[in-house]
Design a protein around this ligand. Structure first.
Ligand SMILES: Nc1ncnc2c1ncn2[C@@H]1O[C@H](COP(=O)(O)OP(=O)(O)OP(=O)(O)O)[C@@H](O)[C@H]1O
Ligand SMILES: [Mg+2]
Length: 267
């Protein structure tokens, strides 16, 4: 584990934790009768560090509907990446339930999680996570390969996605031949290629200068206007303000959840 993670170890007596609380509520429907895209019920993630327990997520309940643009914000060590790993089906909670599009993800095996990820989630990372030896087209095709698309479907979808971010003419370039902003656009193209139900962006502008950050944020806004559901994880309040709804995490718990105008008054 990264040394950084150790710096923020906290000791919380288990009696302070809401992790033991029962979560036996029934799944509520939205007012239009649809289940939310995301429903977290009393999610806890506890890391055992020797004799200490780290409550990285400590009783998080949250619903997110299709078409929302949500920022999850909090200081370093507050539990954002832990929560993103659970929402992104990269990890399962110690306790609590997670429904993604009505399916219970919280008890899935590694293989089932991988399938859900491939089918439903597009990831955007701070460091782009592009394969440096592959060209842009191959990079964007990769999740489509895992999702089981044929070669011709992969090529068609990946080219369309590169067009969407304005980089189709560079499909044969390697990532190292692009600027940071262009590389992030490739990673957005990769996230979009399989037409996912959810786009999950972890500090997507963390490695970019302010002008390029602006472009990436504007692009994410545009994708949201087109109906995509977007969750952006950030430690930066000014970036959180770009979303429509802000969820703030402190010490593994939600301490604010509301629309961005209310958040502006809160901070
Ligand atoms: N694998 C792990 N084992 C033990 N403790 C962990 C592990 N991963 C995270 N933690 C601890 O859980 C807490 C939350 O960590 P997390 O990475 O979710 O924070 P974060 O909000 O993403 O921070 P940052 O902004 O620095 O990325 C921290 O105290 C961290 O040290
Ligand atoms: Mg993090």
């Amino acid at each position: 584990m990264a040394a950084k993670a150790f710096r923020f170890l906290r000791r919380i007596p288990s009696k302070d934790s809401s992790c033991a609380a029962e979560s036996g509520r029934s799944q509520k429907m939205d007012t239009d009768g649809n289940a939310p895209l995301i429903e977290l019920r009393n999610i806890c993630k506890i890391y055992q560090m020797g004799t200490e327990q780290v409550h990285a997520n400590d009783g998080i309940s949250l619903k997110i509907s299709r078409g929302e643009f949500v920022a999850i914000v909090g200081k370093s060590g507050s539990g954002k990446s832990t929560l993103m790993n659970i929402i992104g089906a990269l990890d399962v909670p110690t306790e609590g339930e997670y429904y993604l599009d009505g399916e219970d993800v919280s008890h899935m095996s590694e293989d089932q999680l991988a399938e859900i990820r491939n089918k439903m989630i597009g990831f955007i990372f701070q460091q782009y996570n592009l394969l440096l030896r592959d060209n842009l087209l191959e990079n964007v095709e990769l999740p489509l390969l895992y999702a089981g698309y044929s070669k011709s479907e992969r090529k068609e979808k990946a080219m369309r996605s590169l067009e969407r971010v304005g980089l189709a003419d560079k499909w044969f370039n390697k990532p190292s031949q692009l600027s940071g902003g262009q590389q992030q656009r490739v990673s957005i193209a990769r996230a979009l290629a399989g037409n996912p139900s959810l786009i999950l962006a972890d500090e997507p502008t963390g490695a970019l200068d302010s002008k390029t950050s602006r472009e990436v944020l504007d692009f994410l806004k545009e994708l949201n206007r087109e109906g995509n559901t977007i969750i952006i994880i950030t430690h930066d309040n000014s970036i959180a303000m770009e979303a429509k709804r802000v969820v703030r995490i402190k010490d593994g718990k939600i301490n604010f959840d509301g629309d961005v105008e209310k958040y502006a008054e809160f901070v």
